[in-house]
Design a protein around this ligand. Structure first.
Ligand SMILES: Cc1cc2nc3c(=O)[nH]c(=O)nc-3n(C[C@H](O)[C@H](O)[C@H](O)COP(=O)(O)OP(=O)(O)OC[C@H]3O[C@@H](n4cnc5c(N)ncnc54)[C@H](O)[C@@H]3O)c2cc1C
Length: 525
């Protein structure tokens, strides 16, 4: 097993991340920010050049902020506030409105160009002293024993290496070999269609009204949306009787664009690519020390713009848990909650995107007519519906209190002369946020909270609530304090000031109980 160890391939790291897509890069950066050593393997010799995702939400923006690219996000993306669906006759079927400002301190909806975002993530990875990125290095086998995990690597010239790690995460995309090696199967909704994706740069700026449009025309279901600053994205469904090969041609792409007044004299075709979307998720996302995240674990129809977002949520969930167990021997049971917390949420997102897709992907005139009739009452003239809320986490590391598992908020604060989003001003990690007076933790509990990377914040006392958003949130929800997890989910809320410390005590008890239950199970096996 394993060939010579080259100078550039470390012998042992905390975590090997397989695959340098957005999820692998995000996870590597989140672990690197916690001083964990990471080897990031990418089988290709350079970044994947083709645009795929065009949308991310405010939670994803906050994760990207934690990855260290918050300052660049406004230049990399443009906010979207609506997503309109029309039928073949141009009549409105649905209009989703998204508030300009989301709850996580970023616009609710952001349109972007995936290669530009990945390029920035890769620059950050290359500048991170804790992360080694190796291009042209494919993971060809993974394994584990009680002491750790290992990855067998093959370089483009056929050289083999073996790296030891405490944990391995397969962020190796839809055709994940890590997933295949683990022998994991899928829950598959069996919903798939072929589409042609066309990305365009217009020579002159142009206003599209509506800016983000779904054309539910049975003659050619079509998506026409922003592709990020200076770009537009069209997606055209492959109809029955056609094949992707026949429509995935430059001439066909220009022909589809003609009704949109997009022609070679006023636009550049950045790419056209055919692809088949899937609606499925792996039934297990980890085995022992080996984990799956991103498209390796789940694939969704694109209609909710959530594939990469879900993958970055996996990274945010896994990063703090891996960091915790690496720093707290005996706490490994925390990792068991990864599947419990992430699978139902990712599955719910896929179900939602599938429902949207079933409305859009109708190439039959009669079926489309029935759909239009059924949808007519949904949007009163000039009206809109809110974008469905992402489901929270149910079960796992949560208190039993109100709102546990939902996302908390992030807003602008000022402290000691610094003003900005709260994570930037006080730092990431567990946040014990009290409205008004600082929470009262005894010194022993405060020391324990500090040891897991906890920070306390008193809105109006230790930080100024610049926009009043925290104050409004506390008033609206009638609570005095919140314990927020490092992945922004609410661990628990306290109704009164003196119960706030109990949230930290409850967390410690829960983590201790998890460790104890794992020890008992070990002894019994
Ligand atoms: C047309 C289209 C539109 C989309 N729109 C959206 C959207 O609007 N919003 C959204 O959130 N998502 C969207 N998505 C989905 C999004 O693009 C993916 O979910 C995202 O790219 C997945 O990232 P990832 O890092 O998990 O996987 P990938 O980006 O696939 O990266 C996996 C990496 O692993 C590498 N790799 C594979 N095997 C190995 C190995 N054995 N060793 C080493 N490296 C390996 C690969 O080379 C690759 O670089 C869209 C997708 C498509 C196709």
């Amino acid at each position: 097993m394993g060939g010579p160890v080259s100078a550039s391939v470390p012998g042992r790291v905390d975590v090997v991340v397989v695959g340098a897509g957005p999820v692998g890069c995000g996870l590597a950066l989140l672990l690197g920010a916690r001083d964990r050593s990471v080897l990031l393997l990418e089988r290709h010799s350079g970044p994947y050049p083709l645009p795929r995702a065009v949308h991310f939400d405010d939670e994803t923006a906050r994760i990207l902020q934690a990855c260290g690219i918050g300052a660049e996000l406004p230049a990399l993306s443009e906010p979207a506030t609506s997503y309109e669906w029309r039928n073949g006759e141009g009549m409105p079927l649905l209009r989703f409105e998204t508030p300009a400002q989301g709850r996580q301190g970023w616009p609710s909806s952001n349109m972007f160009n995936q290669p530009d975002l990945e390029a920035r993530l890769l620059e950050m990875v290359e500048g991170n002293p804790h992360v080694v990125l190796l291009w042209g290095h494919a993971a060809i086998d993974v394994g584990q024993d009680s002491g750790g995990a290992w990855v067998e690597i093959e370089t483009v010239d056929g050289t083999r290496h073996r790296v030891e790690a405490s944990y391995v995460v397969g962020c190796d995309g839809a055709n994940s070999s890590v997933r295949d090696i683990l022998g994991v199967t899928f829950e598959d909704r069996g919903f798939y269609y072929d589409w042609l994706v066309v990305d365009v740069e217009l020579h002159e700026p142009r206003v599209f009204d509506p800016p983000n449009l779904q054309v539910c025309d049975p003659r050619r279901p079509t998506t026409a949306v922003s592709g990020g600053p200076g770009r537009r994205r069209w997606e055209f469904m492959c109809l029955p009787g056609e094949t992707l090969e026949t429509i995935d041609q430059e001439s066909a792409a220009w022909a589809f664009l003609t009704p949109w007044e997009v022609r070679p004299d006023n636009a550049t075709l950045v790419r056209h690519a055919g692809y088949r979307f899937r609606a499925r998720w792996a039934t297990r996302w980890h085995e022992g020390r080996i984990f799956l995240a991103g498209d390796a674990a789940h694939q969704t129809p694109p209609f909710a713009g959530q594939g990469m977002c879900a993958g970055l949520r996996d990274a945010a969930n896994l990063a703090w848990k891996l960091d915790h167990v690496l720093g707290h021997p005996g706490a490994e049971a925390v990792l068991e909650t990864y599947d419990q917390e992430r699978i139902p949420q990712a599955a719910a997102v896929i179900e939602l995107a599938t429902e949207l897709g079933r409305v859009i992907c109708i190439p039959d005139e009669e079926e489309a007519r029935v759909r239009d009739e059924q949808m007519a009452p949904l949007v009163p003239p000039g009206g809109s519906v809110p974008v469905p809320m992402m489901p929270g986490i149910a079960g796992g590391i949560l208190a039993g209190s109100a709102m546990a598992g939902e996302l908390f908020v992030q807003a602008i604060v000022r402290a000691e002369g610094a003003e900005g989003r709260l994570d930037d001003v006080i730092g990431p990690g567990w946040h014990l946020v009290a409205n008004g007076q600082p929470p009262e933790l005894d010194s022993e509990l405060a020391a324990w909270f500090g040891s897991i990377g906890g920070r306390t914040v008193a809105i109006g006392a230790t930080v100024e609530d610049v926009e009043g958003r925290y104050g409004r949130w506390f008033a609206d929800h009638g609570v005095a304090g919140v314990l927020e997890r490092p992945d922004f989910a609410i661990y628990g809320t306290a109704a009164t000031h003196h119960e706030i410390a109990e949230l930290v005590r409850g967390l410690r008890n829960q983590l201790d109980a998890l460790a104890e239950a794992a020890k008992t199970a070990d002894r019994a096996s």
